[in-house]
Design a protein around this ligand. Structure first.
Ligand SMILES: *[C@@H]1O[C@H](CO)[C@@H](O)[C@H](O)[C@H]1NC(C)=O
Ligand SMILES: *[C@@H]1O[C@H](CO)[C@@H](O)[C@H](O)[C@H]1NC(C)=O
Ligand SMILES: *[C@@H]1O[C@H](CO)[C@@H](O)[C@H](O)[C@H]1NC(C)=O
Ligand SMILES: *[C@@H]1O[C@H](CO)[C@@H](O)[C@H](O)[C@H]1NC(C)=O
Ligand SMILES: *[C@@H]1O[C@H](CO)[C@@H](O)[C@H](O)[C@H]1NC(C)=O
Length: 318
């Protein structure tokens, strides 16, 4: 009786390693050992109850459609007190559902300075969760653009997500109107690396490889965002007109071998007429300098944005 004990223990250990061996074999070649795989999963699930649905997804569906989807962080630089503007822009962007991309619209500003902001902005975040507060003081031309881009890698450093949280990051103003589907369609054929996209300054220029992109809105790929965080070039050159300085960093750092000039799909509102604009036309990605309600209404009407209003007994809009 006494001698049979080690034998039994030996048998149990042997069986355990045999099961492990089968599992290993099965996972090495899941097609040929398909039935073994099932057995292996079964055996494993008895040991430590793995998350079998996610395992199955990895094995059976390697082609995840989210690979094709362009992920864009759409940052609108604004000021904490611009409550009404934010609510308005939430309508403007919340009623657009671009196909082939996921676009995260965020409002970006520096540290709060007033007591009422601490309540009102916190409520907005609780309701909409679309605000980024940077560690800076509100300023003109003293590095808000740098703080914006250079803060993002750490803010979106979730290791569980994709290795690039976004393919592209946009920086735009609260007086610009973007048509997100047109933006997404224009991005589809473009590289997702080393890209600098926007409206080339000066207005008559069509060459994106000289000068820089207008502050009406420009977009860069995530690798350039990371470069801005890591490189000394932007750090040592913060003061001055933000968008022009951005162009200087790119030139000095020899970045953005891929550039895209979205002119004349991006332009200023037609009034006043300048060399930076033309009439509203269908092939539009962005209209800038919408400085008052009348200009917004003209623009929104032109693009038929309320055409899809669903009919209802509850209202009548002639
Ligand atoms: C299985 O994975 C899903 C999604 O990743 C997760 O929500 C769930 O909690 C996991 N279940 C177990 C038992 O780990
Ligand atoms: C992944 O699925 C998409 C859409 O179903 C398809 O167009 C694409 O060719 C697939 N890619 C691979 C690598 O199978
Ligand atoms: C912004 O606010 C944070 C937290 O309140 C503070 O630690 C930081 O010093 C402030 N930054 C500036 C530039 O005022
Ligand atoms: C992400 O950033 C936070 C805040 O700085 C930090 O505590 C955390 O360790 C970072 N995580 C990773 C994975 O880098
Ligand atoms: C808006 O709708 C009108 C009338 O249906 C149409 O003629 C016009 O082309 C539309 N405008 C745009 C920019 O799609």
């Amino acid at each position: 009786m006494k001698t049979s004990r080690p034998d039994r223990r030996g048998f149990i250990i042997y069986s355990f390693f045999f099961i492990c061996f089968l599992c290993a074999l099965a996972s090495i070649n899941e097609v040929r050992f398909d039935s073994l795989l099932k057995f292996g999963r079964c055996a494993l699930s008895n040991i430590n109850a793995p998350n079998s649905t996610s395992t199955a997804n990895v094995l059976l569906a390697p082609n995840s459609s989210s690979d094709d989807e362009i992920r864009i962080l759409f940052g609108i630089l604004t000021l904490p007190d611009q409550y009404h503007r934010r609510h308005f822009l939430r309508m403007i962007y919340g009623t657009q559902t671009p196909v082939g991309a996921s676009v995260d619209v965020k409002f970006v500003f520096c540290n709060l300075t007033k007591e009422d902001q601490k309540v009102l902005v916190a409520l907005e975040i609780m309701r909409y969760d679309d605000i980024i507060i940077l560690n800076c003081k509100e300023n003109m031309n003293k590095g808000k653009t740098y703080t914006y881009f250079s803060s993002l890698p750490e803010m979106f450093n979730d290791t569980k997500g994709p290795n690039r949280p976004y393919h592209y990051v946009m920086k735009t103003d609260d007086d610009a109107y973007f048509r997100l589907q047109s933006l997404v369609d224009s991005l589809k054929p473009l590289p997702r690396q080393d890209l600098y996209y926007g409206y080339v300054i000066p207005c008559p220029s069509m060459d994106p490889f000289v000068h820089y992109m207008s502050g009406m809105g420009y977009l860069i790929s995530w690798d350039i965002v990371e470069w801005i965080r890591e490189s000394d070039i932007p750090k040592n050159h913060l003061e001055g007109p933000e968008d022009k300085i951005f162009g200087d960093w790119i030139r000095e750092g020899h970045r953005a071998k891929n550039r895209y000039n979205a002119k004349w799909s991006m332009y200023n509102f037609p009034e006043p007429p300048t060399r930076c604009t033309h009439e509203l036309w269908p092939d539009t990605i962005a209209v800038h300098l919408l400085k008052n309600q009348e200009k917004w209404i003209t623009t929104l009407k032109y693009f038929n944005v309320t055409d899809n209003l669903k009919p209802s007994k509850l209202y009548h809009i002639p």
